[in-house]
Write a protein that binds this ligand. Structure first.
Ligand code: PLP
Length: 456
């Protein structure tokens, strides 16, 4: 074997060993941060090191410091697992080292993105004419969607953002729920619109936007160019906005409608849960993650836009596209914020090929059923569940009996499962997200036991 062949096989074996044992090992690193940092630190090497030794050093430095977030009992944030075919495709993407800027650089990467983009739209029930951009995650997906909306609304008002920037432009207001994700605010900061552009709308008890209040906010200053930003899947409760009512209302005010659907958009892939995202296809743009519920390895997300020409006009690399000659036959680099980037389409393609329509529906349904079961077991053990478990998110507390942060600490130290804390409506609570394809009912039982143990 050549050196590179030997090394890639060795790395793949180490990755495979991690996958095989991740469910049996403690989830959190057992080593201190100082120790791990010291293992990686030291002066810049003056001379080359043999690659095989570099891999050995890396494996040793990271040993015991890899968080078991790909394992079946990691319920923090909204962290997806990594499907076998998608993981293998990621290894190939690295081995092939394709740059997905255009199809002269990689015909295969382009074809994989086009196919995976079409499959994603089909699965989620989004308009077939939409353009799809493969980005790092929902943060980037939201940034791209809001950028397209900003440029398109200002173009309608006679202002060319691509040419003239935002200085002196008419202000664009962003009407968004008080429960919007923080990535929406960061996108607005990055896009030069600032967070004062946000006109907040109240959310109901479940975290979904209050559509009556949305109507009231829209009616104030009704002539301003307006982006309405909705949400599929509140990060705390899993609640989805009522798109069927909210989107037509926004349309009535000529607003651009963007949907942050990081994980919730995937409810549309399940016949059993599809009602939650009914009407979401009426929006103009969508941001979503593949690395959450689809279980594609990090990082992977999509920006999807109904108006492919507006998409290319806003994100274009080459001035030719500024005229908006896009269409779904775009140059890959004309719909993403990056120029050169890794070929993310292979892994998304592989995940969708591995699961198929029924497999994605099953993954969504299973995760939701596990979340329900977790809620039942914790309630039976004396905890209080604070959300209606409509999707894969569970909010739990122990009242005054135990402080949430102390329970979370104890759970993390115990190592059976991993949960984090969140603040919901002024209350500190444990947030549990079931998003991993490997999680079984027995993982849920073991984890509920561990959480209840930690609370006493
Ligand atoms: C996770 C999440 C995001 C951000 O996604 P990244 O993958 O971190 O870029 C945005 N919105 C919601 C609702 C999320 O759950």
């Amino acid at each position: 074997m050549s050196d590179v062949e030997h090394l890639l096989v060795r790395a793949a074996r180490a990755a495979a060993e991690h996958r095989r044992t991740v469910g049996e090992r403690p989830i959190t690193p057992r080593r201190s941060a100082e120790d791990v940092r010291a293992a990686f630190a030291g002066p810049l090497p003056e001379a080359p090191t043999d690659p095989d030794s570099v891999l050995t050093e890396l494996l040793m430095a990271a040993d015991g410091a890899i968080t078991g977030s790909v394992g079946p009992r990691f319920f923090g944030f909204v962290i997806g697992g990594a499907l076998p075919a998608a993981s293998a495709a990621e290894i190939l993407a690295t081995g092939w080292d394709q740059a997905a800027y255009n199809e002269a650089l990689s015909l295969a990467a382009g074809a994989a993105e086009r196919a995976a983009g079409a499959w994603t739209k089909d699965l989620l029930g989004l308009p077939t004419e939409s353009s799809t951009a493969f980005v790092t995650g929902a943060q980037a997906g939201n940034t791209v969607g809001l950028a397209i909306g900003r440029n398109e609304l200002l173009a309608r008002a006679g202002w060319d953002v691509a040419h003239d920037g935002l200085y002196g432009a008419p202000p664009v207001r962003v009407v968004a729920s008080e429960e919007r994700h923080a990535t929406v605010d960061r996108a607005l900061r990055l896009l030069g619109m600032g967070t004062t552009s946000v006109h907040p709308v109240r959310a109901g008890h479940d975290g979904a936007i209050d559509v009556d209040h949305l109507g009231e906010v829209l009616a104030q200053n009704a002539d301003a160019p307006t982006i309405v930003c909705l949400q599929a899947g509140n990060v705390n409760t899993g609640a989805c906005d009522d798109f069927d009512r909210a989107v037509p209302l926004a349309r009535h005010h000529d607003a651009w409608v963007h949907v942050d659907g990081a994980f919730g958009l995937w409810a549309g892939a399940s016949p059993r849960h599809r009602h939650l995202t009914r009407g979401v296809e009426l929006a103009d743009s969508w941001g979503t993650d593949a690395h959450k519920w689809l279980n594609v390895p990090y990082d992977s997300g999509l920006a999807i836009c109904r108006d492919a020409s507006a998409h290319a006009a806003a994100m274009s690399y080459s001035a030719a596209y500024l005229t908006g000659s896009g269409g779904t036959d775009h140059v890959l680099g004309d719909v993403t914020p990056e120029s050169s980037r890794r070929a993310r389409g292979f892994a998304v393609w592989a995940a969708l090929r591995e699961l198929g329509r029924s497999g994605v529906a099953d993954l969504v349904d299973r995760s939701c059923a596990h979340a329900q079961r977790m809620a039942e077991l914790l309630t039976a053990g004396g905890a209080t569940v604070y959300n209606e478990v409509v999707l894969n998110q569970v909010l739990v507390g122990f009242g005054d009996l135990s402080s949430t942060d102390a329970v979370v600490d104890a759970v993390q130290r115990d190592g059976t499962c991993w949960v984090g804390a969140t603040t919901w409506r002024g209350r500190r609570l444990i947030r549990i997200s079931v998003s991993n394809w490997t999680t079984t009912e027995s993982d849920i039982e073991l984890s509920a036991d561990a959480i209840l143990r930690a609370a006493t």
